[in-house]
Design a protein around this ligand. Structure first.
Ligand code: FES
Ligand code: FE2
Length: 354
């Protein structure tokens, strides 16, 4: 059975990737072709001609329409066939599925489930996005050879940073600090404070700390697979209010996980920070450090995925630190069950009325 939740917004691409050149990308096991209309609106169609199943991404754009590269059937941006060479009548099932899209945060979001439920208001809110006092690094992408739920496990797991990221962002002083977990309607949060700790190298470099710091790590997983980490540091002993956190060194690291297949995941990420917001050198340093850090996860999770495939098992032992991952997987299962009961099967697989 698939591990995917269909009724959710997923980042399909960064905005610049979708242009007047056809882009083929697999999302939730569906082959999709993306392009932009002449007025700039993005379009997503099933990348499979209903005639002989040729990928439409091998065809070419004719204005706002897409012409199959095999026999020239042409489809409009709603997926309806508008022209069949040498044939006047168009069969009613000569169409391909079109997917709802919405452009926000310099990304194109796709809705893979029931189109009537595709409400852009459900796209996650990114705090401080566009604020002048916050620096932004975006347009970042990694390709993980791992099921997306192994990555969500990892992204609500502060404990791994000490070991996996010992060469980048990890510090040993948090190793014995416990993690608290909370759950909302559509998210799971794992968090901890590391008090009276020496500033980590990044904070030492970027901040103005005179002595010890209190550091926070809040790992959110917003259903189905948007992760964000609110982390930073303030002078030790300062009251940990939201305002005081903003006065310290603070970052929001957003990771948009878009399953490609059961074994692979598109990993789009952006990073917001409240220090040196207009310094492009700091942008580059953040991009480099986060890329190194996420590649440490990528390498480890590639091995985890391979071991799971060899054994057919996800884990033999469960630890206390698995509290948040277990909650996420249960929420995902509930969302999938709701989709199975609410969405008739013919809608879930509605592609071509063949
Ligand atoms: S396969 Fe597309 S027109 Fe024949
Ligand atoms: Fe990590």
């Amino acid at each position: 059975m698939s591990s995917f939740v269909k009724n959710g917004w997923y980042v399909a691409a960064w905005s610049h990737e979708i242009c007047r050149t056809l882009l083929a990308r697999t999302i939730l096991n569906e082959q999709i072709v993306f392009y932009r209309r002449e007025d700039g609106q993005p379009v997503a169609l099933m990348d499979r001609c209903p005639h002989k199943l040729a990928p439409l991404s091998l065809g070419e754009l004719k204005g706002d329409e897409l012409q199959c590269g095999y026999h020239g059937m042409t489809f409009n941006c709603k997926g309806q066939c508008s022209h069949i060479p040498g044939q006047a009548s168009i069969p009613p099932n000569a169409k391909v599925r079109a997917f709802p899209l919405f452009e926000k945060y310099n990304a194109v979001w796709i809705w893979m489930g029931e189109p009537a439920l595709a409400d852009p208001e459900k796209i996650i809110d990114i705090p401080h996005y566009g604020d002048k006092g916050w620096g932004l690094v975006d347009n970042q992408y990694l390709y993980f050879k791992s099921n997306y739920l192994n990555i969500t496990d990892n992204l609500v797991d502060p404990a791994h940073t000490t070991y996996v990221h010992k060469n980048t962002i990890g510090g040993t002083d948090g190793a014995e600090v416990g993690v608290k977990v909370e759950q909302g309607d559509d998210h799971v949060l794992a968090y901890r404070w590391i008090k009276n700790a020496a500033p980590v190298p990044l904070f030492e470099k970027m901040g103005n700390f005179k002595g010890l710091t209190d550091r926070w790590q809040y790992y959110y997983l917003h259903m189905p697979s948007v992760s964000y980490v609110d982390f930073g540091g303030i002078d030790a002993g300062v009251e940990p209010t939201e305002e005081n956190k903003d006065r310290g060194l603070r970052s929001f690291s957003f990771n948009f996980l878009t399953p490609e297949t059961e074994r692979t995941t598109h990993y789009f990420w952006l990073h917001l920070r409240n220090y040196h917001p207009h310094d492009t050198r700091v942008d580059e340093e953040v991009a480099e450090l986060m890329t190194l850090t996420f590649n440490e996860d990528l390498e480890l999770l590639t091995h985890v995925q391979a071991q799971q495939e060899i054994t057919g098992v996800r884990e033999y032992v469960r630890l206390g630190i698995d509290n948040a991952p277990v909650r996420i997987r249960k929420m995902i299962e509930r969302l999938q069950a709701a989709e199975r009961s609410d969405v008739p099967a013919q809608i879930a697989v509605q592609t071509v009325d063949a």
